[in-house]
Design a protein around this ligand. Structure first.
Ligand SMILES: Nc1ncnc2c1ncn2[C@@H]1O[C@H](COP(=O)(O)OP(=O)(O)OP(=O)(O)O)[C@@H](O)[C@H]1O
Ligand SMILES: [Mg+2]
Length: 254
């Protein structure tokens, strides 16, 4: 059982796109997968076909008003979703003792035992929802885009991460995936080299190419495998799922 928090406080780097399509690819590879929408924007919930995000979901679980079994729903064989729910932003504002940070971990503990992968789509922030995600996770996946500002944001992200690791009193394996990547651009290639230098053995082997179909598919409430099963996007996320299963990392000479 692996619980992976897909995290980056920077917005628009592909967290939700990666959670959705990696989840579909892992399920197609025979793994039992649950996706958790930890973002009050509810983009993952909407992308999975629940267009309004009005039904109770994770919000109720975190406020201890229900159990995981009551809110988890099937998306397709082997793939389930815990939707965000309309009151998730309210939970983020709560003040209380440190046990608030453990609500997700405690809420999904037993349920997660029956899954191969639980993927948590984090919001672009570093508040209580992200802290809950990290306390529940067994590992972290950070999507990084091939632009200069992405690298600047990484040092802040590492700072947040170290701070939370200290509070948790244990370390979490950290890995990266390059997203929205145009390997023909010199800047993107430079960023790949820098990532491999700073994080050797921590960047997943496949990079996700920039793809129009990946940008279009959420508008049709479809994963890339339903929207354009033979394009780059489907090929890349299928390969990324295998990287994750086999822990295949990018090598310097690539
Ligand atoms: N590889 C890609 N090629 C083209 N467009 C992409 C790709 N990955 C994501 N996008 C598009 O970029 C936008 C941001 O992606 P996404 O919503 O997955 O990012 P996010 O990190 O979850 O954002 P937020 O921080 O707001 O939650 C979306 O419109 C998405 O469709
Ligand atoms: Mg998102």
């Amino acid at each position: 059982m692996r619980i992976i928090a897909i995290m980056n406080h920077k917005g628009g780097v592909g967290k939700t796109t990666t959670t959705l399509n990696l989840g579909h690819a892992l399920a197609a590879a025979g793994k039992k997968v649950t996706l958790i929408d930890m973002d009050p924007q509810g983009h993952l919930t909407i992308s999975c076909g629940n267009s309004a995000n009005k039904e109770p979901g994770l919000d109720q679980l975190l406020m201890q008003q229900t159990t995981t079994e009551n809110i988890v729903r099937d998306v397709k064989p082997k793939l389930s979703l815990i939707s965000a729910g309309p009151k998730l932003a309210e939970f983020e504002q709560q003040k209380g003792d440190s046990s608030l940070a453990l609500r997700l971990r405690n809420g999904i503990k037993e349920y997660a035992q029956g899954q191969d992968f639980v993927l948590i789509d984090c919001p672009p922030s570093s508040g209580l929802l992200v802290i809950n995600s990290l306390f529940a996770a067994t590992e972290v996946l950070v999507p990084v885009t091939g632009d200069y500002l992405a690298l600047l944001g990484l040092s802040r992200l590492l700072g947040i991460f170290k701070h939370i690791e200290k509070a948790m009193q244990h370390s979490l394996p950290l890995q990266f995936v390059l997203t929205r990547f145009d390997g023909r651009r010199k800047l993107a290639r430079g960023i790949r080299t820098k990532m491999l230098t700073h994080f050797p053995g921590q960047v997943l082997a496949t990079f996700i190419r920039e793809s129009v179909a990946l940008a279009e598919s959420p508008g049709f409430q479809k994963s890339i495998f339903e929207y354009q099963p033979r394009g780059h996007g489907a090929e890349d996320y299928k390969a990324l799922a295998q990287d994750l299963i086999k822990k295949r990392m990018m090598k310097n000479e690539q």
